[in-house]
Design a binder for this molecule. Structure first.
Ligand code: ADP
Ligand code: ZN
Ligand code: ZN
Length: 669
């Protein structure tokens, strides 16, 4: 028998820049092992499950050093050509290890090597018939949007659907999904957060008469596998989920919809670093289907792409139905007395709305009771020993929490430095706000909605449900309540502290703040009754804030883009961040310095280097973190450099003493 000529390139779940070369399994006909199938291979002293990434005809290693694959786990490819090509596209553009990308694209159960991947019918198959709701008549803007997108079905095109909150974007999605369902074509719908999925699932299910297949991390492995299979065999007409749903198989692809496209949650910040919105566009292009990016506050990147003619802009400038845009007022906090961060004026307005039978939403982006515990005797402040951060006092759990590493400590009885018992809670988080407001408005049945109050399974749906039914007339919460939820009875939305973000070091902070303000405003006045937004700030004349409030998000975004152009920041330049961390500060810095030397030696033109520098919070969870930033005016220059540079990083001697990760198009610096 002649020796097999084929070499299999296997993606193994290891932080390694290349797939590993193996020989085909012995005893099987040549060609039995195909790309996209899983294999079990000897790896070091153990075995590992991997995916055939590609078939090659040779290897850089001498043939006698190659081992044969131990076992072929699939008889047809688990990742079809399309998904495997997408995986390769992600690995190439983001310069991520192929094995980690391949693992990310499979449901957990299949990553671990389960063999029954190809069951044609799911055991508990996402087919209950539901009562169907009838659609409202579309307004002219909605109709124009539906027509434009429907006209593009069958080919690739990117649409940015910019619609103020409550303008009926979801209704546009529903019409498109209905049309595709009639043609037996699948829709893939992404939401940024698990909390937004149930409401969207109910609306889609109500319209189609069958619930969509759900894919997100709060589901059990079994449920996820079933949904994945239902997508794969075409039984699922709609696949809905958070960013991991992006990798569902779509044998009859019709459209991809990315709701709240501006949301930071689409960026995966650990493991494989990728942006689900951008990968959705990549996938739509490869599938030849339209992709719809929806938002009331589009990212500056997407707006810039409409200006360049790459995306087509569709606007829904008016609220659907009877709802009107909320009125806005600003409370100047300078020199005012505050109670838990609340001015008397704001409390009075809350009282008026409650008295008029309204519902009030108070937004504040800090959890816990107080962000600082201070000794009045000596100035000692409670700090995390593992992070460069203060500990937050949580009264409900009577402990000090670190919001960065999750460490918990008992609150000391007396100051550990001077023994004084005068320990003061400074500042206010949602817990303190909720307590203060509940005491002042006992009849409103105040509810707090944040990560702490919703930790228990089922707690968030119960709170949202209670809020929707008007049981809680006062809601205090973090971004959890700012995003996407439809509370028809809210008449007043208040932002306790709008200053955060106005003077932050991150160049995207202003954009984030503007998006948040508009999203919070969007919670008010979604039904017949007019809504009001009140914003507290120490900087009522801040030019960007004024522009946003007086002229609206679109004008704000134009000005912000002009500033980005002047500063040559994204989207007018392209960034990559090499991140390193270690239990001591030096190894991370030394690795990055060596990485920079290696990169500069490649002499690729058009790339500027900044760093190594300590990360904004240098110490986190016991590790010292540092960055090296690369910037290029032309994306191609950056990609050329990365292509020559990244795989060599793994071989640097300094790499052995530190963890590192590359982030292409980083969203946070
Ligand atoms: P968005 O997704 O833009 O926030 P939705 O699609 O959720 O907006 O619509 C907001 C509200 O208006 C929903 O209650 C929806 O049922 C209703 N709605 C949407 N389109 C229309 C329409 N054309 N006529 C009447 N009501 C509508
Ligand atoms: Zn003290
Ligand atoms: Zn910590």
């Amino acid at each position: 028998m002649s020796e097999p000529r084929v070499v299999l390139r296997i993606a193994l779940p290891a932080p390694h820049p290349e797939p590993f070369d193996y020989l085909p399994p012995t005893g099987l006909p040549e060609g039995a092992a195909q790309p996209g199938m899983r294999v079990r291979v000897p790896f070091g002293r153990r075995h590992a499950i991997g995916l055939i990434w590609a078939c090659a005809t040779g290897s850089r290693l001498p043939r006698e050093r190659l081992k044969p694959v131990g076992e072929l786990l699939d008889d047809t490819p688990l990742l079809d050509d399309e998904l495997l090509g997408l995986a390769q596209g992600i690995a190439t553009y983001y310069h991520q290890p192929p094995g980690l990308v391949a693992a990310m694209m499979l449901p957990v159960a299949l990553r671990q090597g389960r063999r029954d991947a190809h069951d044609s019918v799911a055991e508990t198959s996402p087919v209950v018939d539901m009562d169907r709701t009838s659609p409202p008549a579309l307004n002219a803007d909605q109709q124009a949007a539906v027509d434009a997108i429907a006209g593009a079905i069958g080919g690739f095109q990117v649409f940015l659907l910019e619609g103020v909150t409550g303008s009926g974007k979801t209704e546009v999605y529903l019409r498109l999904i209905e049309r595709l369902a009639a043609r037996n074509q699948q829709a893939l719908v992404l939401a940024p957060e698990i909390g937004l999925v149930p409401q969207l699932a109910a609306r889609i299910g109500g319209r189609l008469g069958r619930p969509p297949a759900l894919l997100h991390s709060a589901l059990g492995e079994r449920a996820r596998l079933d949904a994945w299979r239902a997508a794969r065999n075409g039984e699922a007409g709609v696949v809905l989920g958070t960013r991991s749903a992006l990798f569902a198989p779509l044998p009859q692809p019709g459209i991809i919809i990315v709701d709240e496209e501006h949301d930071l949650a689409y960026k995966q910040q650990d493991g494989v670093r990728y942006h689900a919105r951008d990968v959705a566009i990549l996938r739509a292009r490869r599938l030849g289907v339209p992709v719809v990016l929806g938002s009331a506050t589009p990212s500056l990147e997407s707006l810039h792409n409409t200006v360049r003619g790459r995306y087509r802009l569709l606007r829904l400038p008016q609220r659907a139905g009877l709802a009107r845009a909320p009125s806005v007022s600003v409370i100047d906090l300078r020199a005012r007395r505050l109670d838990a961060g609340l001015s008397e004026t704001l409390c009075e307005r809350i009282g008026e709305h409650l008295a008029a039978d309204g519902q009030v939403l108070v937004f504040h982006n800090r959890r816990g009771y107080a962000p600082t515990l201070l000794c009045h005797g000596c100035g000692w402040v409670a700090r995390c020993t593992r992070c460069d951060a203060r500990l937050v006092w949580h009264q409900a759990s009577s402990a000090l929490h670190c919001h960065h590493c999750d460490a918990r400590r008992a609150r000391p009885e007396v100051c550990p430095d001077c023994g004084s018992s005068a320990l003061r809670a400074l500042g206010a988080g949602t817990e303190r706000l909720a307590q203060t407001l509940a005491a002042r408005f006992p009849a409103a049945n105040a509810a707090r909605v944040d990560r702490d109050s919703t930790r228990r399974r089922g707690a968030l749906p119960a709170l949202l449900d209670g809020a929707q039914r008007g049981e809680h007339r006062l809601l205090i919460g973090t971004q959890m309540i700012a995003k996407g939820h439809d509370f028809p009875a809210v008449t007043l939305a208040a932002i306790v502290d709008a200053d955060h973000g106005l003077y932050s070091a991150d160049f995207r902070a202003g954009e984030r703040m503007a998006q948040l303000i508009v999203q919070v405003a969007g919670r008010a006045g979604r039904a017949e009754r007019a809504g009001e937004l009140i914003l507290q700030t120490h900087h009522p004349d801040h030019p960007q804030l004024r522009l946003l409030l007086d002229a609206g998000y679109a004008r704000y975004a134009e000005a912000a883009l002009a500033e980005r152009r002047t500063a040559q920041m994204p989207p007018y330049s392209h960034l990559a961040l090499l991140h390193a961390e270690c239990t001591r500060p030096e190894p991370a810095q030394q690795f990055l310095a060596a990485a920079r030397r290696a990169g500069e030696a490649l002499s690729v033109k058009g790339v500027d280097w900044y760093g190594p520098m300590a990360a904004p919070m240098e110490k986190r969870a016991g590790r010292y973190r540092a960055h090296l930033l690369l910037q290029a005016t032309r994306r191609q220059d950056l990609q050329t450099l990365l292509g020559l540079w990244v795989s060599g990083l793994y071989a640097l001697p300094e790499a052995r003493r530190t963890r590192f990760a590359l982030d292409v198009d980083p969203m946070e610096l």
